[in-house]
Design a protein around this ligand. Structure first.
Ligand code: CUA
Length: 354
């Protein structure tokens, strides 16, 4: 068999394309910062927290070892293909026949075993480092509960319940402030992944998984559910808002405050409580105590609606209340078939929930 020379340019082109893609993935994360920039990309090669930093260092080592192996194997392959290609006159003679070589066979058995052993050791050391981290007494504790298709976030010690937006303090010169998360699921398996903060951890029904983060740069970090969980898996976005400690304290006080009781939207309030909204949503201090949907006590303090499917603007809120299925097909909130007037009133009421 003869490898046609016309194939070489195609192989070279494919290799060049692959290298460009790999380089782009790495360089893109170093170009523009993704935090605080919701349209930016998130990238595991641009970590801004432990344990993401540790995971990046490990992955660079693994990539480096694999690159060396790839270059050696591909180099030998290309050399062999070129050096021993078919030449005119080859038919007359037969190449030397070699039956086995103890040295070579020993080398290509022992070397890979050593390499795999090194990879196992460094990986298990990193995993142990991350899993053994104990919560210091002052550490923030939060619970993240996966739902189809949104995130419930609870701070049991602070008495706060919110959704889709995890607020945590940043560690800085004045002290370390890690956040320890307990991960649970209300229905199917989900996976919590904010690439710049930590690796993925699954949320599994009837089980509690643990993880921790310790970001040092304030900003908004984006993540997504990383385990296919149904129709709207792709729109199950999470935001982690990392704040300087004093700003975080202010956020805590605002969230702990009771829901607004303004008379400005009394009509909307009446419509809200007359409908079945209250069966699924909680507004603290009222008769609305449903637990199937997000807590709405401070709905307006959040940046997005429907787990990042839409920005939290009056227009999107109206479209959402009018027809949730139009905004996020398959979500568990039904179209309540309200009149335009009723929708306007409810939206006016919801907008008082600051
Ligand atoms: Cu939740 Cu995918």
């Amino acid at each position: 068999m003869r490898l046609r020379l016309s194939l070489y340019p195609r192989i070279l082109r494919a290799l060049a394309l692959l290298s460009v893609c790999a380089a782009w993935i790495i360089i893109a994360g170093h170009g523009a910062p993704a935090y605080g920039n919701p349209s930016g990309i998130t990238n595991i090669f641009r970590p801004l927290s432990q344990p993401a930093q540790e995971i990046k260092e490990l992955s660079l080592l693994v990539i480096a070892i694999c690159t060396v192996i790839f270059l050696v194997v591909a180099g030998l392959l290309v050399y062999t293909i070129v050096r021993f290609r078919h030449r005119a006159g080859d038919e007359a003679s037969e190449p030397p026949q070699i039956y086995g070589s103890n040295q070579i066979e020993l080398a290509w058995t022992v070397l890979p075993i050593l390499i795999v052993f090194v990879l196992i050791l460094v990986t298990s050391r990193t995993i142990a480092d991350i899993q053994d981290r104990k919560a210091s007494p002052g550490a923030l504790q939060a619970m993240v509960i996966g739902h189809q298709w949104w995130w419930e976030i609870r701070y049991p010690e602070l008495g706060i319940v919110t959704a889709n937006e995890l607020h945590v303090p940043a560690s800085d010169g004045s002290g370390r402030r890690p956040t320890f998360l307990k991960l649970q699921s209300a229905d199917v398996a989900h996976s919590f992944w904010v690439p710049q903060l930590a690796g993925k951890t699954d949320l599994i029904p009837n089980r509690e998984n643990l993880m921790w983060i310790e970001p040092t740069e304030p900003g908004t970090y984006l993540g997504n559910c990383a385990e296919y969980c149904g129709t709207q898996h792709a729109r199950m976005l999470i935001r982690v808002v990392v704040q300087p400690p004093d700003e975080f304290e202010r956020w805590v006080r605002e969230q702990q405050a009771a829901a607004a009781e303004g008379a400005s939207a009394a009509e909307g309030r009446t419509v809200f409580f007359a409908n079945s909204c209250v069966n699924c949503h909680t507004i603290r201090g009222t008769s609305a105590q449903g637990i199937f949907g997000p807590d709405l006590t401070h709905l307006m303090s959040r940046q997005t609606l429907a787990a990042g499917a839409a920005p939290n603007t009056p227009a999107s809120l109206r479209a959402w209340v009018r027809d949730p299925q139009g905004a996020k097909v398959g979500c568990l909130m039904p179209n309540m078939q309200m009149t335009d007037g009723e929708v306007d009133k409810i939206v006016a009421y919801l907008q008082t929930l600051k």
